[in-house]
Design a protein around this ligand. Structure first.
Ligand code: ADP
Ligand code: MG
Length: 693
């Protein structure tokens, strides 16, 4: 005779936290139950029956005393081991059925096998077989709400048998059923008992208790009687006993005759004969070994978590959508903001390229304190050219002059400068060449035409190179044509200019002007522009004795613009990041709510053997799914907005890094914010969760 369960001096109190005296639900309960026994625990309401069952089923822990299952002290087991015990040894049939409302009858019945690590196809095949034997064959896909009480109780019995149901714990299994359903359920229990399952049944119904072989009565948390049941030998009433089970079922001393407990569980397992069909729940033989050997394969468990997560999301569509909104907005704004920022930056870079990267303009001017207008002389410029950050200095005289060729006459802005102009302005010639330093020295009468000027002045000439044009009254030879700059810079007036060597200009055209009107100074790089400007200002102030000149720093202006744009991009990026964070907090909020709403479900899952990590994984998966969807929707929205802006003419450049980064952030935030609720869910006490938190 194998003692399966032994309680010694078990006590359990509730409350007593806030100074109030704790209420004793159980005091000094000692009893032992052998493998294969059929025990009814009876007592008035509030006497401690449910508390006792929770302790027996490892859903709750006693405050005092010891509980040994197969000789092992259960209190010493870590949580996962207790979960394993629940999963492998016990099958619970709750008074309120405690089915997962969102799952079908089949999925509910297969749940314990999920946590035992069985493949989906296997566990559903077995659950279907069990349900069929219990007369539920036609209702596998029904959800609990679509089933009657009796049917739900059958599903919960099938679930209790899913992993073998070595010990079946049933709390008022008929309490909520009509007489007929109640009788059928009791008949099922009789059969299970006949098959060798250990049955512990809680009831306050004497008729139900009479079906058991042994009745334990408790009152006010104490065992007051422990006796064989009066009608212990009564055969099952509504369903004929299975032939093989008859000898045990017929005898009050059945427990002694049931073969070894292990073989009863392994051989007969959940075998159950309902009606006339023999029950064969295949695959249980040896199953016990496998269950003990390993845990849920990660892939299958993950797939299941995904399915559950998807379902819970679909069931709460509105709430999910609202939660997602935060993440979607966050991701979309990060993407759009960064694209706009990059667009602006590239625009600045482009402008810099068009203008020349690091250009300063120097000209004479009136000092702040007044006086004669200063002149920046060639000598000044020679000194400037010696400054460290300066790459090139180009003196310029430019004035409108009349140009003529044949019958055509055009007023044009004639620029006298050095040969550096194409390099400084990043403006190459399209045809011929630019004038060179030697021509400057020789005062050569050569001219390079702007592209539009060439078209207007020499419209009928196929090759303008070598043609003579009159600038004012002096003939100049055309040696080149500039590339059209208007399209690039937006200012077509550049293309109406004519370019001649500086000294040629001073000698032949601008004879009254001795010194340059202004100079274009190129710093070594845009980064040198500011320092170059300061050095130049100091130098000229020293040479002039006052600030009778002006320096305009195009590069600095562009850089200032770029920096203010950078600052704006940064700010927008921050706002976007904050909205991403808020989105994450939204996910956390919803997950916390979900955990609260679903404490009962968590309790059920734990009762059928889910480990803490299973629960944690489920809620983390839900958070991941929500944030994955949010991230994907956010990327789509961001791209949509971006494309609309592009169509509207806003400069923006998408970056894959930003896209992936925002998406990754969304998922990470969602996961991180799901972590806390997931842990909270996993830490729930099974029994507390079951009673609804
Ligand atoms: P029964 O199932 O026999 O009706 P219970 O085991 O549910 O009795 O309860 C036994 C006693 O413990 C009752 O007095 C009940 O009020 C108390 N009790 C049960 N659960 C809790 C709980 N979670 N918190 C506080 N008291 C509880
Ligand atoms: Mg109760």
């Amino acid at each position: 005779m194998n003692v399966l369960i032994r309680l010694d001096g078990i006590g359990r109190s509730y409350g007593g936290a806030g100074g109030a005296p704790p209420a004793r639900a159980l005091s000094d309960v000692s009893l032992s139950i052998r493998e294969g026994e059929y025990v009814a625990i009876v007592g008035a309401s509030g006497s401690g029956k449910s508390t006792l069952m929770h302790i027996l089923g490892c859903l709750d822990r006693p405050d005092s005393g010891t509980y040994r299952f197969e000789g092992r002290d259960v209190a010493a087991l870590p949580p996962d081991e207790r979960a394993r015990l629940r999963r492998e040894a016990f099958g619970f049939v709750f008074q309120g059925y405690h089915l997962i409302p969102t799952d079908s009858a089949l999925e509910n019945a297969a749940l314990p096998a999920l946590y035992a690590g069985e493949a989906r196809a296997d566990r559903e095949r077995r659950a279907a077989a069990l349900l069929e034997r219990l007369g539920m064959g036609g209702r596998l896909a029904h959800r609990p709400a679509q089933l009657s009480g009796g049917q739900q109780q059958r599903v919960s019995i099938a679930r209790a048998l899913a992993n073998g149901g070595r010990v079946i714990l049933a709390d008022e299994p008929t309490g909520a059923l009509d007489t007929h359903s109640g009788a059928e359920v009791m008949a099922l229990f009789d059969e299970l008992s006949a098959r060798g399952h250990t049955l512990i049944l809680i009831t306050h119904d004497p008729q139900v208790a009479a079906r058991a072989r042994r009745v334990i009565e408790i009152r006010d948390g104490r065992v007051v009687a422990d006796r064989p049941a009066a009608g212990a030998a009564a055969p099952p009433a509504t369903l004929p006993a299975a032939p093989g089970a008859a000898p045990e079922a017929a005898s009050a001393s059945a427990p002694a005759r049931v073969s070894s407990p292990a073989s009863a569980a392994a051989d007969a397992g959940p075998s159950l004969r309902a009606g006339t069909r023999p029950v064969d729940t295949e695959g249980r033989g040896g199953k016990g070994e496998r269950l003990r050997a390993g845990h849920a394969p990660a892939a299958s468990a993950l797939a299941e978590a995904w399915r559950a997560a998807w379902r819970s999301m679909a069931l709460n569509r509105v709430r999910t959508a609202l939660t997602l909104l935060g993440i979607v907005a966050g991701v979309a704004s990060v993407i759009v903001m960064l694209a706009i920022g990059r667009g602006a930056k590239e625009e600045v870079v482009r402008q810099m390229g068009a203008l020349g990267a690091a250009i300063l303009y120097v000209s004479g001017g009136v000092a702040p304190e007044g006086g004669v207008e200063g002149v920046v002389t060639l000598d000044d410029l020679a000194a400037v050219a010696e400054l460290p950050g300066i790459a090139r200095v180009m003196p310029v005289i430019g004035n409108p002059v009349m140009l003529r060729h044949g019958a055509h006459a055009r007023p044009a802005y004639v620029v006298a400068s050095t040969a550096d102009l194409p390099a400084i302005h990043r403006w190459p010639v399209a045809r011929g060449r630019f004038h060179i330093a030697a021509e400057n020295r020789e005062l050569a009468p050569v001219v390079v035409l702007g592209s539009r000027l060439r078209e207007r002045l020499l419209p009928d000439v196929a090759d303008p190179i070598g043609q003579l044009v009159l600038i004012d009254t002096t003939p100049f030879e055309v040696i080149g044509v500039m590339r059209a700059k208007g399209a690039e810079s937006g200012s077509a007036s550049y293309d109406d200019q004519a370019f001649i060597p500086f000294d040629t200009g001073r000698a032949r055209i601008f004879t009254s002007i001795g010194e340059p009107e202004y100079a274009v100074v190129e710093a070594r790089s845009p980064q040198h522009a500011v320092a170059a400007e300061a050095a130049m200002r100091d130098l000229l102030r020293m040479r002039h004795g006052r600030e009778s000149f002006g320096i305009s720093n195009a590069a600095a202006k562009l850089q200032a613009a770029a920096e203010s744009r950078n600052a704006m991009t940064l700010m927008l990026g921050l706002i976007a990041a904050v909205s991403l964070l808020v989105g994450g907090i939204g996910v956390m909020n919803v997950m916390l709510m979900t955990v609260r709403e679903r404490t009962r479900e968590i309790g059920i899952r734990m009762a059928v053997g889910a480990r803490r990590r299973d629960i944690r994984r489920q809620f983390l998966t839900e958070a991941a799914l929500v944030s994955l969807c949010g991230g994907a929707a956010g990327v789509a929205l961001g791209l949509g907005i971006g494309l609309a802006l592009l169509a509207a003419g806003v400069q923006l450049v998408f970056s894959l890094t930003a896209l992936l980064g925002a998406f990754g952030c969304a998922v990470a935030t969602g996961l991180a914010s799901g972590l806390m609720p997931a842990r909270a869910a996993a830490r729930l006490d099974p029994v507390a969760a079951l009673s609804g938190g």
